[in-house]
Design a binder for this molecule. Structure first.
Ligand code: 0RA
Length: 669
């Protein structure tokens, strides 16, 4: 605020000037919402809730709040309530209005109140509740403070009236409750998904063990409450609930240096892949960063040193690498950093260089102590790492063999691959197609200049259950890897710069088997070619579910709703719910009697039922198709679903199927 605004006589004009500033700010948020919340899809929509919840979490981190409850109301709005100190309501000294109004309406006003907590900044979080307000049709806030209840309401971020006292309460009862209705003229769809919010709240409860977080969906009476006294230790157990571990308890280490708090829990399981989740100020740093590097360095060095010193690793044996020390590792690393710098494509990579050595020191010392106090566990861990190294060595030899064999043949490319003619990867794409018959249609329907087709037979190997040396013996995986040209697996074997196509598109049937195969493929990419997902090159094709023939014209519908829409548009009667009205391409029933003259609705059972021209028009032509870009979150979710369904442990699988029986059809990302 300028000094002028405090001088008598100028207040009125500067207040007006300020109001204009505020309005301009809100206007900008509404004009360019993506700049503030990433996008206006489902992701951005749910982000609004996280933003509001983060404010309550901040209050909890400051030690003043231990209850947060979220409600999806019947009308579709969301309420977040906490028992913190309540947002201050006194008149703000420079802004000349209630501090509450300032927090709710001024961009970046949050920073004006120094709450001495670890402020989330950068990334998508931390933009402030005023942004949520600006993007809401209406918002209401209720504050309990000093024995009073205060209230204010807003429309598209603008106060309807000044802050008002609407009642009294017990002096000891304090807190903030915010309710908002996202603006449907800004968001494509304002339907909050319980499962998405529940998952984030569960995660927050693991990361902030002092808080109890509950969620209620008033639309269908779902609810859940999360409180984990064990914090990230329990988080690790939850992630590994489908896997077996030889350790009774995860290793837990915590420490603090230069105001940076480090907390880590990890254990080894019997699988061959690693699951490392890293968080900075409660944000999942999907892209890793300096904290992850520090952790990996400490893990490798400490285990290696201990192994040599205690004669578990023999000098004449093969050298163990970082990857060997992470085989079967499940880890949650959580940091509180005062001024985090978030970098990377999705702003989820920690950039602070000083953090590496902080994490490295704290984890190194903590792990060293643990190993010395638990020699038998230490021995088991290191022996597992040695087995990993041996398998890696065997895999290398097998790969070498494959490479030499390929060199003897004329081309290294798989026989089933129908390659494209252009050589420039950026302009080429490859379709990985389920089944030979769909593969055949795709080969005929494609634009052979830039589209390559690789048909896959049946189900690929479950990569979670096999070590890398078994995985590379699998024919389908071998074909994918050679077609892509990148190699696969760890950093020295995988090279994204060798990728022969700019886009990799998975094309599976729209049925249960197809979704299973898609999940298997996603899991493979997530585990062994993650960079391809991270650089946004992995896609999922969207074949239509229905063909609707109306007076000789064909229309395609990609879901039930679209089919109804098309039928409605042409004023065709008939109930879509009644399966008898719909014929499959192969067993074309006479449906004319049901839908009226000249109308045939057919359901595609699989890609193979489409002829090459149909496949091109609906699914492959870049001008008209829709393809879904796979995000790292959706791939991780697929991996989790997959692990639950396919993993070693029977009980979680039974539970999952029971709980999700009605959803399993839609295992879609
Ligand atoms: C600024 C200062 C104080 C509390 C808060 C903000 C606060 C904000 C939110 C947002 C959601 N829940 C919240 N709870 C508290 C501290 C005021 C004091 O000193 O009492």
């Amino acid at each position: 605020m300028s000094d002028q605004s405090n001088k008598k006589g100028k207040i009125k004009t500067s207040y007006d000037a300020e109001s204009i500033q505020v309005l301009k700010g809100l206007e900008h948020v509404r004009k360019r919402p993506a700049m503030y919340i990433g996008d206006v899809s489902s992701r951005g929509l749910h982000h609004l809730v996280y933003e509001v919840v983060d404010n309550s979490i901040d209050e909890a981190l400051a030690g003043h709040c231990n209850m947060i409850s979220l409600t999806i109301n019947k009308d579709g709005s969301v309420s977040v309530e906490d028992n913190g100190r309540g947002i201050p309501t006194d008149i703000h000294p420079t802004e000349k209005k209630s501090a509450l109004e300032v927090v709710m309406t001024v961009l970046n006003a949050g920073g004006k109140f120094n709450r001495d907590t670890y402020k989330v900044s950068g990334g998508l979080h931390g933009v402030g509740v005023s942004v949520v307000n600006a993007l809401s049709k209406w918002m209401k806030v209720e504050v309990k403070r000093n024995g009073k209840i205060f209230f204010q309401e807003y429309k598209t971020g603008i106060p309807v009236a000044p802050v008002k006292e609407i009642g009294k309460t017990d002096k000891g009862i304090t807190g903030t409750k915010t309710t908002f209705m996202p603006d449907d003229s800004i968001f494509k769809n304002i339907n909050f998904k319980y499962e998405i919010l529940e998952e984030r709240l569960r995660e927050l409860a693991y990361l902030n063990k002092e808080v109890t977080i509950s969620i209620t969906d008033e639309r269908n009476k779902k609810s859940n409450t999360f409180h984990f006294e064990g914090g990230i230790i329990e988080f690790v157990k939850y992630i590994d609930s489908t896997r077996k571990s030889f350790m009774k308890e995860p290793i837990y280490i915590r420490g603090e240096r230069d105001n940076t708090q480090v907390e880590v829990a990890f254990q080894y399981n019997e699988s061959y892949t690693d699951n490392i989740f890293t968080y900075v100020n409660d944000i999942n740093t999907h892209e890793g960063g300096t904290h992850l590097v520090g952790f990996k360095t400490a893990l490798t060095r400490t285990l290696n040193n201990y192994g040599y010193k205690n004669n578990i690793i023999k000098n004449d044996k093969i050298q163990l690498t970082g990857d060997d020390f992470r085989e079967g590792l499940t880890c949650v690393l959580s940091l509180k950093v005062p001024e985090p710098q978030f970098e990377g494509q999705t702003k989820t990579k920690l950039g602070n260089s000083e953090v590496k050595s902080i994490v490295e020191t704290i984890v190194g010392e903590g792990l060293q102590d643990y190993l010395e106090q638990n020699p038998s566990v230490a021995k088991k861990i290191i022996e597992k790492c040695i087995r990993a190294a041996e398998a890696r060595e065997a895999a290398r030899k097998a790969r070498e063999l494959v490479r030499r064999k390929n060199a003897l043949e004329f081309s290294g490319l798989p026989g089933k691959l129908a390659d494209c003619s252009i050589n420039d990867p950026e302009h080429c794409e490859i379709y990985l197609v389920e089944g030979d018959s769909a593969g055949g249609s795709a080969k005929q329907g494609r634009d052979r200049r830039f589209q390559a087709i690789l048909p896959l037979k049946g189900k690929i190997l479950n990569v979670e259950k096999a070590r890398i040396n078994k995985i590379i013996e699998n024919d389908e995986i071998k074909a994918i890897v050679t077609a892509l040209g990148t190699g696969f697996g760890n950093s020295d074997e995988f090279d994204e710069s060798k990728l022969r196509y700019g886009k990799v598109i998975l094309m599976c049937d729209a049925d249960v088997d197809g979704s299973h195969i898609r999940t298997l493929l996603l899991t493979f990419f997530y585990r062994y070619m993650r960079e391809i997902i991270e650089s946004g090159r992995l896609y999922i094709a969207q074949p239509p579910l229905y063909k609707i023939k109306i007076n000789r014209n064909d229309y395609y519908a990609y879901d039930e709703a679209e089919k109804d829409q098309i039928l409605k548009k042409f004023k065709v009667n008939g109930q879509s719910k009644n399966k008898g009205n719909v014929s499959s391409e192969t067993e074309e029933e006479n449906t004319e009697g049901k839908y009226g003259k000249g109308v045939v609705v057919s359901r595609f059972k699989g890609l193979g039922e489409m002829n090459p021209e149909q496949l091109w028009n609906t699914t492959m032509n870049p001008e008209t198709r829709t393809i879904l870009q796979v995000s790292i979150e959706s791939a991780a979710a697929a991996d989790k679903i997959f692990e639950t369904l396919m993993g070693e442990e029977v009980e979680p699988r039974r539970r999952f199927i029971e709980e999700n029986a009605k959803y399993v059809k839609n295992l879609d990302v």
